[in-house]
Design a protein around this ligand. Structure first.
Ligand code: PD2
Ligand code: ZN
Length: 286
């Protein structure tokens, strides 16, 4: 199929919606479109466009862990290089369409960064990763940081940051997981991974019962490490260097590698690296 022919017709729209309603997985729909000649990028964009108008208010059910995702967080279409988010002007320093990656400056003030690190310090423990086979979690050599979770709304500071993120990203505060703070010592890293839950894993249905799929991530830098510790996106050839108060946001409209949101935390070489991560779910995370 020529590129000119890759136009989203009403017929294609209806077909995508029918696949989603039937509970077919995003990857299966994507593969079927590719098999009939669609380019991967264009097929994914078509799924995103079509699904953003459908099922938005439908609670993702545990019976359909594979189902095509409906909508993703998005900056308002007219967002310029400065965005007013409740109580603060946040600056946009990089914006990429595919993969969807936005880098912000001034998301947190220096005082807010310091307070978050101070509030997290005594609660840090070796980070764990989700075991996809069971839905549980365990210590993993691929993730050598220490971390802790704040509950949503746990303090005035946490509530303030959560409200700011919800406004900035146009995504309901209730769809966010609790903020996670991570501390990486020199040599610590987080090997490349996807943040969505793998629909093919048996433990995923259990994880999705609470809030559905992850559809976006915000990694906020709380300090500026002396050397190393960039957040890397190998499929985009992009490295985001940690600077206190800055953040990188990326979204994935479907739980598929074609979103090119593979990312990792490169080893810290000198000094410590502190981040706060907010994961955004498809539905309410209660
Ligand atoms: O700390 C990072 O740069 C990083 C990299 C990859 C954090 C995460 N993933 C995460 O918290 O998901
Ligand atoms: Zn991650």
């Amino acid at each position: 199929m020529s590129e000119a022919a890759q136009v989203v017709t009403d017929e294609l729209r209806q077909w995508i919606v029918a696949q989603a309603r039937a509970g077919h997985g995003a990857d299966a729909v994507l593969q079927a479109m590719k098999a009939s000649g669609w380019q991967e990028d264009i097929a994914l964009a078509a799924m995103e466009e079509v699904m953003s108008g459908h099922l938005r208010d439908q609670e993702p059910g545990p019976e359909a862990p594979h189902a095509v995702v409906a909508a993703v967080p998005a900056l308002s279409a007219d967002a310029g290089h400065e965005i007013w988010a409740v109580d603060r002007t946040v600056r946009v320093v990089l914006s990429m369409a595919h993969p969807r990656i936005v880098v912000f400056a001034d998301l947190l003030s220096p005082d807010e960064c310091e307070s978050l690190m101070a509030q997290a310090t005594t609660r840090l423990a070796r980070s764990e990763t989700v075991v996809h086979a069971t839905g549980g979690s365990e210590v993993n050599a691929a993730r050598t940081s220490e971390g802790m979770f704040f509950s949503r709304g746990e303090s005035e500071l946490i509530s303030r940051i959560e409200a700011r993120l919800a406004s900035l990203l146009n995504w309901p505060l209730e769809n966010g997981e609790g903020l996670q703070v991570l501390r990486y010592a020199p040599g610590a890293e987080y090997k490349p991974h996807f943040d969505y839950f793998d629909p093919a894993q048996p433990g995923t249905a259990a994880v999705l019962r609470r809030g559905g799929q992850r559809v976006g991530t915000v990694v906020i830098y709380l300090n500026t490490p002396k050397e190393g510790g960039a957040t890397v996106f190998p499929d985009a050839g992009l490295s985001v260097h940690p600077i206190a108060g800055h953040a990188v946001f990326f979204s994935y409209s479907q739980p598929v590698a074609a979103t090119k949101t593979l990312h990792g935390g490169a080893p810290v070489i000198q000094g410590e690296k502190w981040v706060a991560t907010k994961w955004l779910r498809q539905g309410r995370f209660d």
